[in-house]
Design a protein around this ligand. Sequence first.
Ligand code: ADP
Length: 533
Amino acid sequence: MSLPLAVPSLAPFPAPLPASLIFLAGVAVPFVLLHKARRGAEGECRRQTRMLEDEIVAHRRTHDELGRAKEAAEAANAAKTRYLVAVSHEIRSPLNAIYGYAQLLEREDAIPPAEAGGVIRRSSEHLTNLVEGLLDISRIESGVLQFRRDTVRLPALLDHIVDMFRMQAAAKNLTLDYTVDGMLPPFVRTDEKRLRQILINLLSNAIKYTQAGGAALTVRYRSQTAQIDVTDTGIGIAPEDMERIFEPFERGTSPDAAMQPGIGLGLAITRVLAGILGGEVTATSEVGRGSSFRLRMLLPEPMDAPASAPTHDRLVGYRGERRTILVIDDNAAQLVVVQHLLRPLDFHVFAATGGADGLALARRCTPDLVLLDVQLPGCSGWEIAARLRAMLGRAPRIVMVSANAHEYRAGGDGESDHDAFVSKPVDLDALLDTIGRQLGIDWIAAADESVGGSGDGASGGGGGGGATLPDAAAPYLETMRRHVKVGHVRAIATVLDDLEAGVPGSGGAVAEMRRMLENFDLRALARRIDDVA
Ligand code: ADP
């Protein structure tokens, strides 16, 4: 078959006619070459076939991947639609409440303004939380979430949060127990807002998903680590839902849970925030019996605790010279709120609704601090900050205020025109905290004032704002408690007048409670009533 064998087989021919050999060679060589060429062509053909086959496999793979991507895109699209429906539903209910109560107020119907105000405020808070939650998710996804290291009064923060939920629990006839197992450090370092957000998410779920019994918050602290358990006797969570409820927009499969409002963001945010703050959230649950969420996180104590960091719901003023604050904001309601907060604390407050007015006023009043809205009509707050600096130098502190969290710029670096940034809607405690830090204010807390009078334990309760009031005050306090619960501001004011007139020596406490009432700080007022009772 192959030519090399064929050539020797020609050997018996009489020799050697070189010409014939040449002839044979002439015939054989093309054969060899032809054969080689054929083999080369066959090899090439096989290679091409293999390449084609590879290409077909690759095409098939691409096709499968495209199919999967299409399915994923369709699923994402469906999730987005579900999400938009859920978000619109979440927005619509508080919006309806605000719309309804605003109309009632406009008609001057017989609705107590304090009640309407309460509903409107709570609805606004709900909307704010919703927007913040959505922004957080987007910030977490794009990796731009900013964290702070605040010095936080841990016991006060926990008290505050439990207070926030007492009413909600009571409204559903649920108990709310709060236990500190051991000792808590007075201060820890963490991002206060995020820690509060985690605890609020867990506690609000505990109350939302519980119809009978109650919820409990238990805190333990050891070796710079806090273990915070939020347990409830609610509907529980099915084992197959335990992991997925931590995914965004997942609400589990329970029909009972679906009946409650929600968009399935709380736990997703909670888990991510806990992780970023150096902790973790885990859960155990039994359907029909209740759930328990555990937050474990590192909460180091600061090296040097601040000497005076009073709880704001008891602030009554500050030591030292009177300070001047200029507020520049085109939102009249915001101006009123800030003035109501700052004037009773003895600040000189000036207000302007635009940049030009603000600059003119700043020239006249030389403020110690300017609260400056970022979005002003016809100009930007950043521009006004620069002009204030040019006009007044570095002396006044400038705190930017904005409803758009994406505009966040920390400031205070010596190069920026501003010194701090506060988000709208303004958390009044946080605002006072910022003002206090910027101006180095030495606050006077209500507790400080009362300590000055009589000793703590005895019932003496003399002159101005003593620790407790005499027994004769009890019925007044009880009536006031009822009014505070429903936010009936005018009725509280009347009881305060009666208390002052009817119980000698109650003047100090009454004055202090009036200040709280003027600030609409009913939470602080409720606590004060408990303290003096
Ligand atoms: P949302 O409450 O808005 O649905 P979350 O992310 O906070 O969103 O919770 C996700 C889901 O986890 C809830 O829909 C609910 O099914 C379940 N869940 C969360 N907390 C509890 C709880 N304490 N008891 C029972 N189910 C809970």
